[in-house]
Design a protein around this ligand. Structure first.
Ligand code: ADP
Ligand code: MG
Length: 571
């Protein structure tokens, strides 16, 4: 075949295909335009899966009467002017492609009235060509109506899913932008049904309640951070991470409840999704994913949004800083804003140390203390019912009865959970219990361990270890955490130093707490008295996350009466 230039109509349809993949893309582009126009109210209507009709109405700035036709020219935009502007984009749109692309694959009518103009204008386009224009009364704002999407592009039409699926994509786009712009009132009508109403109160929690329901909203924690704490050489004082995250109690079995925004642009990013999930490390059961709404704000010139036709992928100048900021902010909210319930002092059940005991006042962690907003509910306990201990199995499991069936509890994992929360609790209250040794004990390390010890000695001190250099590869230990007093604390420290020498441990403070909990917990194979078992279960009932050990493994198996009935052949 000879080479020839494509007909402009074909060209515009090919280009349109990059921007307009499906009805939800039309909704996304139109809603973005409404948001760029500073609208405070946006209503969206869809019919027939968005193929018959998509209509977006806003009360934004409107398009000045002289520019309405221009808006449908390819690469016509009011949002950027030159190459430099492309380096720091602060609007959602910037390419001037959406309106012409939509008009190339659908029938479009627009009615718009700009601020200060007495009457509005309308314009009708068919196949990308203007077929009607005129003036029409309307209050300030814009309405774009899109009908018969892809009617002339059967190849595209064929790839669309059922109307129900397309509707769900539309609902998702609107939900995401409602979450990103809680101060904007959104209404979504699908086939005449009100599917979503976001009140535009400016409070994210109100939008969360509308989008995800009350139960999720009641289990959300506000996150917020910014400023100097992430800097490591690079000036990122203007980086902030805000939003809300769900308590582990409302985790989901897929990632669709994780919303990421960069400067309030809805994006997809595996890296940031991973950062959020990292923050939940040890708090979620395997295969579970968090509910989270994360907005990263940073100077527009530190992020490139001009990566992909749909503008959903971004590239950060300092990826690792953004990653760290997201991970730390979420982690902090999960741990500090939702303090674990205070666990009563362990009785003498597990050999509490005798001798001198003191409380170590450790220095504040990570600078200033977080401010808890009173409006934010604390993570409620994932409650465990009151259990009656029946006995011990294989010296490793506690058999107990609850109102809903039989419980088999892994005594080591359960005790690890209890102690881990106790340690974290004491650390956040800066009241780690320390046990002075009667005589200082020498402690020898190998060169690798020594490097780790040097760089982490402050953190070990925070947990109650008083370790000072004492000559070649030798250290002097004067005090240890009270919890470990009569345990093999030297073995624990050695193991910890070895495990931390890998280098990239995400959060070694957490590793220390986990390691301490593991080494002081009762072992499998250890016979327990009835009193000890009852005490352990009582404390587990009070744990914030009784169902998993700090490594994320289950602490218990439950057989409810229905399951028991089935096992015995009673249906
Ligand atoms: P872009 O958003 O990339 O600029 P579009 O094709 O989506 O390109 O829109 C073209 C122009 O039309 C915009 O730059 C804006 O000036 C104007 N426009 C589109 N929709 C609206 C709206 N809802 N309110 C005000 N102006 C709008
Ligand atoms: Mg646009």
């Amino acid at each position: 075949m000879t080479i020839k230039l494509l007909d402009p109509k074909v060209v515009s349809r090919i280009a349109a295909g990059e921007v307009v993949e499906r009805p939800a893309s039309v909704v996304k582009e139109l809603v973005e335009n409404s948001l760029d126009a500073d609208s405070s109210q946006i209503s969206i209507e869809a019919r027939g899966g968005g193929i018959s009709l998509v209509r977006v109405t806003d009360n934004g700035a409107g398009i000045p009467s002289g520019e309405v036709e221009l808006a449908f020219n390819r690469y016509a935009t009011s949002k950027i002017g030159n190459l430099d502007d492309l380096k720091s984009i602060s609007s959602l749109g910037f390419r001037g492609e959406a309106l012409p692309s939509i008009a190339a694959v659908a029938e479009v009518d627009i009615v718009t009235c700009a601020a200060g103009e007495s009457a509005g204008n309308y314009l009708s386009l068919r196949d990308g060509t203007i077929v009607d224009r005129g003036s029409q009364g309307r209050s300030q704002g814009t309405t774009v109506t899109v009908r018969g999407l892809f009617r002339k592009v059967p190849a595209r039409l064929k790839f669309l899913k059922s109307p129900a699926t397309e509707n769900s994509h539309i609902a998702n786009v609107v939900s995401q932008y409602a979450l990103a712009f809680p101060e904007v009132k959104f209404a979504l009508l699908i086939d005449g049904r009100a599917v979503l109403r976001a009140p535009g109160s400016g409070q994210l929690i109100d939008t969360v309640a509308q989008v995800y329901g009350l139960e999720v909203a009641q289990n959300m924690l506000e996150i917020g951070s910014g400023g100097k704490e992430w800097e490591s050489g690079i000036a990122t004082s203007s980086l902030s991470v805000t939003g809300m995250v769900g308590s582990p109690a409302i985790s989901r079995s897929n990632r669709s409840y994780l919303s990421l925004f960069v400067n309030r642009r809805w994006i997809s990013s595996r890296l940031l999704a991973w950062a959020v999930e990292e923050a939940y490390h040890g708090l979620l059961m395997q295969g579970k994913h968090p509910v989270a709404i994360i907005n990263i704000s940073l100077p527009p010139d530190e992020v490139d949004v001009n990566m992909h036709p749909t503008k959903t992928e971004v590239k950060f100048q300092s990826e690792h800083i953004v990653f760290g900021a997201v991970q730390k902010t979420v982690r902090r909210a999960l741990i500090e804003l939702a303090p674990v319930p205070k666990i009563e002092e362990v009785a003498t059940a597990y050999g509490a140390p005798s001798g001198t005991r003191q409380v170590l006042r450790t220095s504040p962690i990570g600078g200033d203390s977080p401010t808890t907003s009173p409006a934010i509910p604390q993570t409620p306990a994932v409650s465990l019912p009151v259990l009656r201990v029946l006995g011990q199995l294989l010296s490793s499991y506690i058999v107990a009865e609850g109102p809903d069936g039989l419980y088999l509890i892994d005594q080591h994992a359960a005790h690890e959970r209890i102690l881990f929360e106790k340690i974290e609790n004491q650390r956040f209250q800066q009241e780690i219990e320390v046990q002075g040794l009667l005589e200082p004990v020498t402690f020898e390390v190998n060169p690798t361990q020594e490097e780790v010890l040097k760089s982490h000695s402050e953190d070990l001190a925070e947990f109650g270890f008083s370790i000072e250099p004492f000559g070649d590869k030798t250290y002097l230990v004067r005090a240890v955490p009270a919890l470990l007093y009569q345990k093999d604390w030297a073995g624990m420290v050695r193991e910890l130093l070895d495990s931390l020498s890998g280098g990239d441990k995400r959060d070694w403070r957490e590793e220390i707490a986990i390691s301490m909990a593991c080494h002081s917990a009762v072992r499998a194979g250890q016979a327990l008295t009835d009193d000890e078992m009852r005490e352990l279960i009582r404390q587990l009932e009070q744990a914030a996350l009784p169902h998993t050990c700090p490594h994320g493994r289950p602490t218990m198996i439950r057989l409810n009466s229905a399951q028991l009935g089935r096992e015995f052949g009673r249906s």
